[in-house]
Ligand binder design. Structure first.
Ligand code: PEP
Ligand code: MN
Length: 343
């Protein structure tokens, strides 16, 4: 249940609603919005509690609307926060009316490789550089990333070029270290339900880029975001990156683009799409990237490598410099057509 107060509701009226909720044995969650306060009840409400509460609320002043919601997430829900989340990181916008590109290699491999990729991203108009230093690999024998050394390279390149940076953090205890070197914490698909990590990321106050788990439902995805929001984090970006495929012989995952408008209907958080992991095949990335823009995504994450054939991870899905430059030009035209700003 969510109780949205009137614009001019007084503190005493808000306190009275919270008091009524406590009286039936439930905990109110007070959410001050931009122009009005909403009060939610995160726990399940038993029928007898609901009956008593309904009658108490019916006699209280200052309430604009009461909505019964069966959705298990609250802070991530658009019912709680009607204004879409929008924020800037070092002058780069995330949220509605803009289409923000995040691009770079799957893994940070060397200074030259990362700087070359950064140059490419920047020359094509991109402002956010990605690159993994801690890599979640299926096999323990595969390249695991340069780890702290990689984080240092990311900081060095990002600072020198004035790019916003994003990298993955795989465990809660690494959050302070990763947060020191980069602007945005990426929580990977495999970690979407690593609850201590979500909590630590939320506590850090850093923007969090949360990828959908390959087998996660929409509720599970939004509840993972809820873990971050619940710790005080407010800058959370959702990212669809493909779910478990029916058939792996053509694509690595099934890129669930339909979830983009779904997430935008039920949540106020910015929604991004990652067609690189979504398809796993470089030549399928541009068409799906363009489709994501048209589907209403607020931005993309794509992998690009100066020389994909030499990449230490995910080379087959990395765009070549030429493919990336062409894609950026095409996205620019589409962005103009749908009335968003490509950043
Ligand atoms: C990545 O971004 O390189 C990555 C590992 O992504 P995901 O968590 O979506 O697999
Ligand atoms: Mn990758």
């Amino acid at each position: 249940m969510i109780i949205v107060m009137q614009l001019e509701a007084t503190q005493a009226q808000i306190d009275a609603v919270a008091g009524a909720i406590r009286e039936v044995g439930l905990d109110p969650l007070i959410l001050p919005g931009e122009d009005r306060v909403a009060i939610g009840i995160p726990a399940a409400i038993k029928p007898d509690q609901r009956e008593r509460l309904d009658s108490m609320l019916g006699s209280l002043e200052g309430i604009n609307k009461i909505s019964q919601t069966s959705r298990p997430y609250k802070l991530a829900s658009i019912e709680f926060k009607r204004q879409r989340t929008q924020f800037e990181i070092k002058g780069v916008g995330f949220g509605p009316n803009q289409f923000t590109m995040i691009a770079g290699p799957c893994s940070i491999e060397s200074y030259d490789q990362l700087d070359e990729a950064a140059h490419l991203v920047q020359s094509a108009g991109g402002k956010v550089l990605r690159g993994g230093a801690f890599k979640p690999r299926t096999s323990p024998y595969a390249f695991q990333g340069l780890q702290e050394e990689g984080l240092k390279l990311m900081k060095q390149v990002g600072d020198a070029r004035g790019l916003v940076t994003i990298t993955e953090v795989m465990s809660g205890d690494l959050v302070p270290m990763v947060a020191e070197y980069t602007d945005i914490l990426q929580i990977g698909a495999r970690s979407m339900q690593n609850f201590p990590l979500l909590v630590a990321a939320g506590k850090s106050g850093k923007p969090v880029f949360l990828k959908r788990g390959p087998g996660a439902t929409v509720d599970e995805f939004l509840l993972a975001a809820e873990y971050v929001l619940n710790q005080g984090g407010s800058q959370v970006i959702l990212c669809e990156r493909g779910i478990l495929p029916l058939d792996r012989s053509y694509t690595r995952n099934t890129f669930d683009l339909a979830v983009v408008p779904v997430l935008k209907e039920y949540s106020h958080l910015p929604v991004f799409a990652d067609p690189s992991h979504g398809t796993g095949v470089a030549k399928y990335v541009p068409p799906m990237a363009k489709a994501a823009l048209v589907a209403g995504a607020d931005g993309l994450m794509v992998e690009v490598h100066p020389n994909p054939r030499e990449a230490l991870s995910d080379g087959s899905q990395a765009l070549t410099p030429d493919q990336f430059t062409t894609l950026m030009a095409d996205l620019g035209k589409l962005a103009q057509a749908v009335g968003v700003k490509l950043a």
